[in-house]
Write a protein that binds this ligand. Sequence first.
Ligand SMILES: *[C@@H]1O[C@H](CO)[C@@H](O)[C@H](O)[C@H]1NC(C)=O
Ligand SMILES: *[C@@H]1O[C@H](CO)[C@@H](O)[C@H](O)[C@H]1NC(C)=O
Ligand SMILES: *[C@@H]1O[C@H](CO)[C@@H](O)[C@H](O)[C@H]1NC(C)=O
Ligand SMILES: [Zn+2]
Length: 429
Amino acid sequence: MIIQGIPLFFILSSFFSLFLQTFGGDVKPRPELYIPNYKIYHNLSSLNKEITRLVAQNPNYIHLNEKYLSRNKASQFVLHLKNFSQSDRTQQTLSSPKQKVLLSFGEHAREFFPVESALYFLKNITAGLTKPATSAQYKFSRTIFSNLEIFIIVLANPDGRHYIEKTKNYCWRGTSIGVDLDRNFDWNFGGKGSSSKPFDEEYRGHSSLSEPECAPYVELTQQHHFEAFVSFHSGIRQIFIPFADSLSAKEKRLPDNADVQLHLAKRIAHASSQPFQFGVGYVLNPYPADGTIYDYMHGVRKIPFSLTIELWGEGDSEENQCFDLFNPTSEKLQGALDDVMPIFESLLTFLIEWKDLKTHQYYHNLEQPEFGLPRSYMVPMVAVSMLLLVIFHRHLPASLSFRGYQRRRVVSLRSLSSTFAVGSSVKIT
Ligand SMILES: *[C@@H]1O[C@H](CO)[C@@H](O)[C@H](O)[C@H]1NC(C)=O
Ligand SMILES: *[C@@H]1O[C@H](CO)[C@@H](O)[C@H](O)[C@H]1NC(C)=O
Ligand SMILES: *[C@@H]1O[C@H](CO)[C@@H](O)[C@H](O)[C@H]1NC(C)=O
Ligand SMILES: [Zn+2]
């Protein structure tokens, strides 16, 4: 019976996995060749310790908002970075109030790297405060705290991370109930660039903003006026400006300030020693993503700069499993973190310069911004880049083509971009 049962099991399970592949979006664990070394990568408990230590050691510069919890009541580690020893009165009499920035990490459970980069940035900026006043490190930290107030959601989806630690399923992307947080927001929610099926890794949830994990995004943007929002991911090296949703793709909709947002994206792309692609979400990626956080932040919350940055990716290969598709190996973590520090630096310095430029323009009544291209160039530019993308795609070797992943993968990694991993949209013809 047992011997007969084995082939039957295999037939049934391959049939079942074929079924799931055809319909996309299975999130079954796969045998991992590479798993993280928790002496190098943080796990939930060491992450908690590290953040507690950073907050305790820098009471005048970092506050932890303990109110923001996941469905299973784990902290999302929402931090507020500000020079708290400056009284609000001093703040008000400052010639220019500080710009507010919201950064989000750890929305997708399997993307450990962005969370590590958040911690690395926090350590860098706080270590800078302890350096001699004449050092470049101190000056950088001082520039940040003198000009900006930064809110950081360090681990948007702690339940997903808990699930990975418990099950060793390093392919898991969703929350405790499998919702893709980056499809749960109120911007073209329910469109075809997401899934209504709970087993799909792009499951959008039963209604927009249904997940408790959305609370810091919604509430912080109600309480504060942000100049910039960035959602950090990994899986590839790309920088997107809005929009990513299927309706915008269809209507060729662009943000009103697409030129300056592209200018920022370009600055960031060129700051890194690694090659980064940048562009409008639906142009850069052939698949739509509906209900994303960064589209919501720009489209609904009207935050002028709203980006998704995919920080790391080395390309797909047959050998790679989930962990190493989305994260550098433990030995390569430090180098990869050093590679992305200039991204944080260029993002924040741009925003400070941008503010200075706007203030300057206000006082001098300048009409044309010096940044970016005039708007009239935008539509032809997008058209040309779409055309190039189509041509480029045709010429990609089959092994590199996005379409090449479609049926090979157990997990629906049809596009390496973790933001855009396509769920149930495979056409069955
Ligand atoms: C988390 O990592 C630490 C090392 O930093 C290790 O001592 C601990 O056992 C790990 N915890 C779990 C639950 O794996
Ligand atoms: C912070 O990162 C920058 C850029 O990588 C580096 O030059 C600087 O030394 C770091 N500062 C500290 C205090 O480690
Ligand atoms: C923070 O504010 C205090 C009080 O105004 C000031 O003395 C200190 O230098 C500020 N820290 C930084 C890093 O700018
Ligand atoms: Zn992601």
